[in-house]
Structures are given as structure tokens and as C-alpha cells.
Design a protein. Structure first.
Length: 131
């Protein structure tokens, strides 16, 4: 299965991750969709924040994120799915999320990415505190 799900407290190297993702594409691939989430400014909760803390809210966060990614991978019959989410302290404009999807068609790619983003953005597994 071409599924990678990872939580990290290090900066996300988007070029390297995309190059890794792009290697060995499936012949049936018609769409590659990439989402690059970053810390926007002004903030979501605190307009003039100086720092964001992304923290694990659920001790099984990684396992649950992997399970949901697997479910979406299978539901939409995706060729490849990479999810890398940042945790820890970050500053404005820092990268938070790398999400890349390889699918046979646009509909599957967009639906899979949208479902996974909604799952992540619910903040049930990973919390966000702006200071």
C-alpha cells in the first residue's frame, strides 16, 4: 500500500516530500493533488499571535490518523496518499501539513483530500493553541 502517515516536530521539507511522493507513479494515475497547510496570520483564535502550539490531544492520535487515512485510501481507491502533520511550536507562515494524493481521477482525489482535511481540521486528535 502506498500510504505514509507521519507526525513530526521538525520542519516539513515540501520539495523532498513531493519528490518522494512523485517517484514511481502508477500508470493509471490521472490526478495528483497536493495540499500545503501553513500557519496563517492573523490567527484562527488569536488575531495577533506570536506562536502556535500544535499538540497531541488524543494519545492514539497517530493510530487514528493512520486508520482514517487507510479508510479514505480504500474508499476512494487511491493509488497513493501521504500525510505529514507538524506538531510542536511553530511561527506564522510555518508549514503545518503536507497532504498528497495520487488518484485515477479528479473526483476521487478531491473527495479523498477533502474528507481527510475535514477529519484533521476537527481538532479532535491534534489541538492548536495560539499565543
Amino acid at each position: 500500500m502506498n500510504l505514509k502517515v507521519h507526525l513530526t516536530d521538525e520542519n516539513i521539507d515540501f520539495k523532498r516530500e513531493y519528490d518522494n511522493f512523485y517517484a514511481n507513479l502508477n500508470d493509471s494515475t490521472g490526478t495528483i493533488l497536493v495540499h500545503h497547510g501553513k500557519a496563517k496570520y492573523p490567527g484562527k483564535y488569536v488575531k495577533d499571535y506570536y506562536e502556535i502550539e500544535l499538540y497531541i490531544k488524543d494519545s492514539n492520535a497517530l493510530e487514528k490518523l493512520k486508520a482514517e487515512s487507510e479508510r479514505i485510501f480504500e474508499l476512494y481507491n487511491l493509488n497513493k496518499l501521504f500525510v505529514i502533520h507538524r506538531i510542536g511550536k511553530i511561527k506564522k507562515n510555518d508549514s503545518i501539513l503536507f497532504l498528497a494524493c495520487e488518484a485515477k481521477d479528479r473526483e476521487s482525489a478531491f473527495a479523498g483530500v477533502r474528507d481527510l482535511l475535514e477529519f484533521i481540521k476537527s481538532e479532535n486528535l491534534i489541538g492548536l493553541e495560539e499565543r
